[in-house]
Design a protein around this ligand. Structure first.
Ligand SMILES: Cc1ncc(COP(=O)(O)O)c(C=O)c1O
Length: 358
């Protein structure tokens, strides 16, 4: 009988709850309004011939490199961040190697590591999901070949100082250290500034979040030129589709769209955090486009009540240390207002007492 590799047979897989997502989508950290009108206009110009041809990635890469302030040889466009993580794991990990992952974090790190047959060493985050830099450094061994950090992290919104990431990369010269900056635009701090100091540091970005292009699947992986040569060997030359490549220059040029959206998200984040504080709900200050909160026994009912009002939010209970926690994505001004106006009624119905006199 045909058998999948042992490392695949034992894999649990990641199955996000994609069914029945009618309503205001505050459950997947997507852009709530969609991509920019400029990108949509470009999509409408695509012809049958454009689709018939194999996509040419190399023409767009220099443009993206210029936008990010790196050299084209230091960058690879990927089919979303997911492919970037996959490629790094495929390039550097062998069965028996070790990968350090601080949990809770983005589920795909563990999946791609495990698929190679390497061993995931899970390190729990500290109090309030603080990144345990010293513990990570103390767990680095000769077997450590991969360390992944989402910065800001998902689902906590926590941020790791760039200087700490640099120390980790320097302490693990035999490991590929991947900094996943999927939420960079909502935070503004990047490891790109330091990566040339350590050739084993990689940075990834995505067009799925602030740019609202998750359905087109566009990511970017950056790193040392010699290492990027290795990564290109495992990547398909056609990993991005023609529609995605055609739209990318317009997405980059539409600066005001992204800046406006990020402004709405960060304003909404402040308002949501203030509202949660006013209701005495525990939450973790976030640098991303979402906020994680602890709702205790009310968790499932809160999610149901929000859904009844047409607002989808995400139960993160199955993440390490997140039992009875809910994550709410922020979006456009109107969408945030819709969510914020539903909260008082829902909290009231759940018997939560407002802590601050209005
Ligand atoms: C930390 C993190 N990295 C990567 C991704 C996926 O990004 P992409 O759509 O570019 O594959 C997500 C999506 O939720 C995420 O939270």
């Amino acid at each position: 009988m045909l058998k999948a590799r042992e490392s695949i047979r034992t894999l649990k897989g990641y199955h996000p709850p994609l069914g029945e997502r009618e309503g205001l989508r505050l459950d997947f950290n997507e852009n709530t309004v969609g991509c920019s009108p400029r990108v949509l206009d470009r999509l409408r110009t695509l012809t049958g011939e454009d689709i018939a041809r194999y996509p040419v990635r190399d023409r767009v890469e220099p443009l993206v490199a210029g936008h990010l302030g790196v050299r084209p040889e230091e960058l690879l466009l990927t089919n979303g961040t997911d492919e970037a993580i996959h490629l790094v794991c495929e390039t550097y990990l062998e069965p028996g190697d070790e990968a350090l992952i601080v949990v809770p974090t983005f589920a795909m790190f563990e999946i791609y590591v495990s698929a190679t047959g390497a061993r995931v060493i899970s390190i729990p985050a500290g109090d309030d999901f603080a990144f345990p830099t010293e513990t990570v450094i103390s767990r680095i061994t000769e077997m450590t070949r991969f360390i992944a950090v989402a910065n800001p992290n998902n689902p906590t919104g926590a941020f790791v100082r760039i200087s700490d990431l640099l120390r980790i990369a320097q302490a693990a010269p035999n490991a590929a250290v991947l900094i996943d900056e999927a939420y960079f635009e909502f935070c503004g701090e990047t490891a790109i500034s330091v990566w040339r100091e350590v050739p084993n540091l990689f940075v990834s970005r995505t067009f799925s979040k602030a740019y609202g292009m998750a359905g087109l699947r566009i990511g970017v992986l950056m790193g040392d030129q010699q290492q990027m040569k290795m990564l290109r060997r495992t990547s398909s030359p056609y990993n991005l589709n023609s529609a995605a490549l055609a739209c990318l220059p317009d997405a980059l040029a539409g600066r005001e769209f992204v800046e406006g959206y990020v402004g709405d998200v960060t304003a909404g984040r402040r308002e949501l955090e203030l509202e949660l504080a006013a209701w005495g709900i525990r939450y973790w200050p976030s640098r991303a486009n979402f906020v994680l909160m602890y709702l205790g026994d009310n968790c499932k009912r809160f999610i149901r009540e929000m859904r009844e009002r047409g607002i989808l939010v995400r139960d993160r209970s199955s993440d390490h240390g997140c039992q009875n926690c809910v994550r709410i994505t922020l979006g456009s001004r109107d969408h945030n207002a819709q969510m914020l106006s539903a909260l008082p009624q829902v909290f009231h119905d759940l018997g939560v007492r407002h802590q601050v006199a209005r």
